[in-house]
Ligand binder design. Structure first.
Ligand SMILES: Nc1nc2c(ncn2[C@@H]2O[C@H](COP(=O)(O)OP(=O)(O)OP(=O)(O)O)[C@@H](O)[C@H]2O)c(=O)[nH]1
Ligand SMILES: [Zn+2]
Length: 378
């Protein structure tokens, strides 16, 4: 068996860490995430060998054709369950890609909206277990808000290929550590924004140093930081917030929270860009299509290969810390938000109910959240 050199010796001499142009780990991971969105492969170093990781959703037919035989498809355990292919314990599952397999076949395994080509029986799972390399691959495509599936191709020339083509290359454990790290957004700019619901508003824009999405804080009046502040943690919902979709309660919740802050005199609404409970708008629309076929909101996420909720509320806690807010009266029906703020050292002194926007189009959605996701809804 070929022994692969450690990354430090495999790479040509690189400038030292004190060189300001040396890319930090967070920057290299951010580049990898953008590359995957473009359909480019990245290289992960890990067990059993360095591997090229191709995003299934954005992979072009030409690049797929050039892969040749071999390779494994890595799916989440959720997606594997939906395919009734659950050979491994743990978060991910592997499917060997047979010689001559078509890209359609690979993409149909990842995407429930595609019809499986004929004779699509899944090949036997490989003997070996998934490793940190496969988990890191899934984390990367999830961070890129793509379908959670990747092709993993190992071979003796992986490092050479990466160097020749300038592909992103990092150790799998470094990628996982980085992707799971709490983001620490920094204030960028702010200005007065009078709103219908709250005249005395100011919008603050925060940017994550790792290239992740920007998040916003809408400050109403000037809350006294020595007292608990009326706070809403709101996750982006383009359909509800902007289009007034009746499928959820987000739009009415957003407006009601701002009105409550106006009535209270002060408050802070954090607008977290975690669309679709963290799966992104494209995947949320895939989930909506599945809901049109009869699945509920949780089942639809699972069928796509996601958990019910992929959000990370540590971002909310980081924003509150940045704004000098340590104690809050939190407007929510979601106990997970309270638990996360508490564990991040933000004291939730009171939960303020926010029950608005229930109607015939979203009754099932709200009931499912109460029944399956622990939401405190009437
Ligand atoms: N994946 C998915 N996301 C959805 C669906 N409907 C709404 N969303 C997203 O769900 C999130 C709702 O955010 P919030 O209202 O802040 O959170 P919540 O968990 O409902 O908690 P509270 O409103 O505080 O009680 C937004 O990111 C929406 O885009 C759906 O059917 N599927
Ligand atoms: Zn919504």
């Amino acid at each position: 068996m070929r022994v692969f050199p450690p990354i430090s010796t495999a790479l040509p001499a690189v400038p030292g860490a004190d060189d300001p142009l040396t890319l930090r780990r967070s920057e290299r991971v951010a580049r990898m995430v953008s590359d995957l969105r473009l359909g480019l492969p990245v290289v992960l170093i890990g067990d059993p060998a360095p591997a090229l990781i191709y995003p299934v959703e954005t992979l072009s037919p030409e690049r797929f054709a050039a892969l040749g035989a071999g390779g494994e498809l890595v799916l989440t355990a959720r997606r594997a369950e939906a395919l009734r292919h659950r050979p491994h314990e743990g978060e991910v599952a592997l499917v060997p890609v047979p010689a001559g397999a078509r890209l359609d076949w690979v993409q149909a395994l990842a995407d429930p909206s595609r019809r499986m080509p004929a004779n699509a029986a899944l090949p036997q799972a490989p003997q070996h277990q998934p490793t940190i390399l496969h988990r890191a691959a899934i984390r990367l495509v999830k961070t890129a808000e793509l379908l959670p599936a990747a092709l993993v191709v190992t071979g003796p020339d992986v490092i050479d290929t990466a160097l020749r083509h300038g592909l992103g290359i990092l150790a799998a454990d470094e990628v996982l550590d980085q992707v799971l790290l709490p983001r620490d957004p920094r204030p960028v700019s702010d200005a007065r924004v009078p709103m219908l619901a709250a005249r005395n508003g100011r919008l603050h824009v925060f940017r994550a140093p790792d290239g992740g999405p920007e998040h916003y804080a809408v400050e109403v009046g000037t809350p006294d930081r020595d007292k608990p502040v009326l706070v809403r943690l709101h996750s982006a919902c383009f359909t509800g917030d902007v289009l007034g979709s009746l499928k959820c309660d987000c739009g009415p919740q957003l407006q009601a929270a701002l009105r409550a802050m106006e009535a209270n005199g002060t408050g802070v609404l954090l607008y977290l860009n975690q669309e679709g409970r963290g799966i992104g708008l494209a995947n949320k629309m895939r989930a909506y299509s599945l809901q049109d076929q009869g699945l509920d909101t949780v089942e639809a996420n699972h069928r796509l290969g996601f958990e019910d909720d992929e959000r990370d509320f540590r971002t909310g806690a980081a924003l509150l810390r940045q704004m000098g807010i340590g104690r809050v009266r939190l407007m929510t029906n979601n106990p997970a938000k309270i638990a996360r703020l508490d564990s991040e050292g933000i004291e939730v002194v009171e939960r303020v109910e926010l029950k608005v926007g229930r109607g015939p189009e979203n009754t099932r959605y709200l009931d499912t959240k109460a029944r399956k996701s622990g939401h405190l809804l009437a």
